[in-house]
Design a protein around this ligand. Structure first.
Ligand code: MD6
Ligand code: FE
Length: 213
């Protein structure tokens, strides 16, 4: 594992963490997950406006958004079934990159078509902010922006390419971040133009017996 680059304090970046073979293996694992837990279109709280990304999840909990708000829940909002378990490569990624954090409980799967974007946001629906959030990207390159813990803080941009890993930890755990645009046609990994972003999270506070040695 190469040493990461710090983009801002606590935001660690591993360009090309997965080689092509690893990206293909992860994409294949995700095809099975998405066959069991199909992508759905989340809606903005209150307004009901659809997100431009489609989503699914794996792991014991999944992040959902609808007119009622943002929350984690144990079942898919359309099928009513439990989320599928983490595929092996995601558990391994957390082991390698998330340090001594307690086990992840949710992996949000975001599917971006060529026109999709993600506005500046904080990931703050978890109860446990001492654990990091780990992001893995597959498919077309995207322009990622990260700032500070106040929306108006200055931001930096970087291009996230297929196979890149990025961790929001410590002082960057609650940093505002988003995706300004995709660069369609920059990867041949997926069967259609677009991008998948995976974010692994610890949601609940770890019990004392659960903290790893
Ligand atoms: C994306 N990423 O890359 C959006 N969240 O499509 C995120 O929202 C994100 O990259 C938490 C931690 C890392 C991230
Ligand atoms: Fe996020």
């Amino acid at each position: 594992m190469n040493s990461p680059v710090a983009i801002v304090p606590g935001c660690l970046y591993w360009p090309g963490w997965l080689d092509r073979e690893g990206q293909e293996a992860l994409a294949e694992e995700l095809r099975h997950v998405l066959a069991e837990a199909p992508l759905f279109t989340p809606l903005m709280p209150r307004t009901g406006k659809p997100f431009s990304v489609r989503m699914s999840n794996c792991g014991p909990l999944g992040w959902v958004s609808d007119v009622g708000g943002y929350r984690y829940q144990e079942t898919h909002p359309e099928t009513g079934r439990p989320w599928p378990p983490f595929p092996p490569m995601l558990s391994r990624a957390w082991e390698e990159l998330a340090g001594r954090a307690p086990a992840p409980e949710a992996c949000l799967i975001n599917w971006y078509g060529p026109q999709a974007r993600m506005g500046l946001h904080q990931d703050r629906d978890e109860e446990e902010f001492s654990a990091p959030v780990l992001s893995l990207s597959l498919g077309d390159t995207a322009l990622f922006r990260i700032g500070g813990t106040t929306r108006s803080d200055p931001t930096r941009s970087l291009r996230l390419a297929s196979g890149d890993a990025l961790l929001l930890s410590g002082p960057a755990r609650l940093a505002f971040h988003g995706i300004d645009r995709l660069y369609p046609g920059t990867s041949t990994l997926l069967k259609q133009p677009g991008r998948i972003n995976l974010t692994l999270r610890r949601v609940r506070q770890a019990g004392a017996g659960e903290i790893r040695p």
